[in-house]
Design a protein around this ligand. Structure first.
Ligand SMILES: Nc1ncnc2c1ncn2[C@@H]1O[C@H](COP(=O)(O)OP(=O)(O)OP(=O)(O)O)[C@@H](O)[C@H]1O
Length: 477
């Protein structure tokens, strides 16, 4: 990229005087596309059919000009694809109401290396901002030059200069925040933590404060709420990111081998192999009491060898934990809000959950339609994740295609409550459960069990098995 190149006047004029938001962004994109001969992407958002529902318009400026509607997550993953393709940048126009932190998060989710916020202006002043999400191939210095060239040309109106100062500060803040967020990228196996809702944002703040300071953590939340992901982020932020995190799920490992697995006879257990890493003990309610006693002894000893576990993270479903470990961990109790208090996360979580469940049951899904997203957003789901997961599993099974649909719309309309798909789905669900049980030879629990294969919580699967009169033992052979 040419660092000191000046921007031709006609391009700056384009930037300055095209005022219709849609055509504005397009002409900016086209102009820059011509100038740098790079693939670009323009994304904007608005209302669909007058409904208050965010829809993104995606446009790849490849000379053809194509456009279609996607939800926010799809748009972000498309943007990411483009960046992975070594495209230089992605442009998004947005209104001044947008919060720069949301923009920074988007940049992060797209995998961009830098974010520059440019003001858009007309003769009256700023009418919006334009984000440049830059891949690491792009030279920031060049863009800073571009930025400084654009600004002096702006209207001298007071409104503009005030806004501009605000933007410059926002941009600086955004940069450093982005760098922080990108540290998350170095976490092996940890996906970005969705926290658009204020309840989850609070939880995240707690994680950021506690993780570097303590060694014992207690995560409280219902199955599927994100406890394991949270444990991975604690691990990453505790200064142990280059070390291992080992997950020990008490629900899938027989109680009689808990002690030997964790501590072993001659210090041969997991505990002594972590080299300063983290041990995450999931479903602590089911842990062998002998292990509790040994962990307490270890915590009290205070000195741990470099070869031993540095962080111990436990999780339980509720804070009413009848376990002696409780009092040693309650200083760092992190409680997940219930599903309904995370409504602002739903749009983002949906894609994660669909991808995870689709992967578990071996279904390929490429597109979640806006109508599906809208349907999900409008329902009253139960406070834990069981109902939404069950619904998504059924939807994935019944969609049988690349587009995820609400199962049988007509019957869906008669549904009295969300998550209660029509009865004709039962037989296909039953078939899937039978298949999974056969494949896992009747094993329900554990990473190689049928529940995990189906993307269901084990207790949900057991409920289904009772309903369909299926007995695990019948599938052993
Ligand atoms: N805040 C979040 N950000 C990103 N993904 C999330 C978040 N919360 C939950 N998920 C997604 O939900 C799914 C379940 O998360 P996770 O396995 O961490 O939950 P859990 O509470 O440990 O559940 P279980 O005990 O059933 O395994 C994963 O696909 C995870 O990515």
């Amino acid at each position: 990229m040419r660092k000191n190149q000046t921007i031709p006047m006609e391009i700056l004029q384009n930037l300055q005087f095209n005022l219709q938001p849609q055509s504005f962004a397009l002409s900016v994109g086209e102009a820059l596309n011509k100038l740098f001969a790079m693939p670009l992407m323009e994304i904007s958002w608005g209302l669909r059919d007058g409904e208050n529902f965010p829809v993104y318009c995606y446009q790849k400026l490849d000379g053809q000009g194509s456009s279609s509607l996607f939800d926010r997550q799809t748009k972000n993953s498309l943007a990411k694809e483009l960046i992975d393709d070594e495209a230089a940048f992605v442009i998004e126009d947005f209104t001044e109401e947008n919060d720069e932190m949301i923009e920074v998060r988007k940049a992060y989710l797209m995998g961009a290396e830098q974010l520059i916020v440019l003001p858009l202006f007309d003769r009256l002043g700023v009418n919006g901002f334009l984000n440049l999400y830059l891949s690491d191939k792009t030279e920031a210095a060049y863009w800073e030059t571009l930025f400084s060239q654009l600004c002096p040309l702006a209207s001298a109106s007071l409104t503009f200069s005030k806004k501009l100062n605000k933007t410059a500060t926002a941009s600086r803040r955004a940069w450093s925040e982005l760098r922080d967020l990108q540290n998350e990228n170095s976490i092996r196996g940890a996906k970005p933590f969705i926290r658009e809702s204020s309840a989850m944002n609070e939880l995240w703040t707690q994680v950021c404060i506690l993780a570097p300071r303590l060694s014992e953590f207690w995560i409280i939340g219902t199955p599927g709420s994100g406890r394991e992901l949270c444990a991975r982020h604690i691990h990453a932020r505790s200064g142990s990111v280059s070390k291992r995190l080992e997950v020990f799920d008490c629900a899938s490992i027989p109680i009689d081998i808990h002690y030997s697995e964790i501590f072993g006879e001659d210090n041969s257990g997991l505990w002594y192999k972590l080299n300063g890493g983290s041990l995450y003990i999931k479903n602590i309610e089911l842990l062998d009491p002998k292990v509790n006693a040994k962990i307490i002894e270890k915590i009290k000893t205070d000195i741990r060898l470099n070869t031993e576990a540095k962080n111990i993270i436990i999780s339980s479903q509720s804070e009413n934990l009848n376990n002696p470990l409780k009092k040693h961990f309650e200083n760092a109790a992190i409680t997940f809000p219930n599903f309904n208090d995370r409504r602002d996360d739903w749009l983002w979580l949906l894609r994660e959950l669909v991808a995870e469940i689709a992967n578990n049951i071996g279904v390929a899904i490429l597109e979640i339609t806006p109508s599906f997203t809208q349907y999900i957003m409008q329902q009253n789901w139960s406070d834990d994740f069981s109902e939404i997961r069950e619904f998504l599993t059924k939807s994935l099974i019944s969609s049988r295609g690349r587009t995820l649909k609400v199962p049988s719309l007509n019957e869906g309309e008669n549904q009295s409550k969300a998550g209660r798909p029509p009865a004709n789905l039962d037989s296909s669900v039953q078939q899937q459960i039978i298949k999974a049980l056969r494949k896992c030879k009747g094993k329900v629990y554990g990473s190689d069990g049928a529940a995990s294969l189906l993307g269901l919580h084990a207790s949900t699967l057991q409920g289904k098995m009772r309903k369909f009169n299926l007995i695990a033992g019948d599938f052993k052979k």
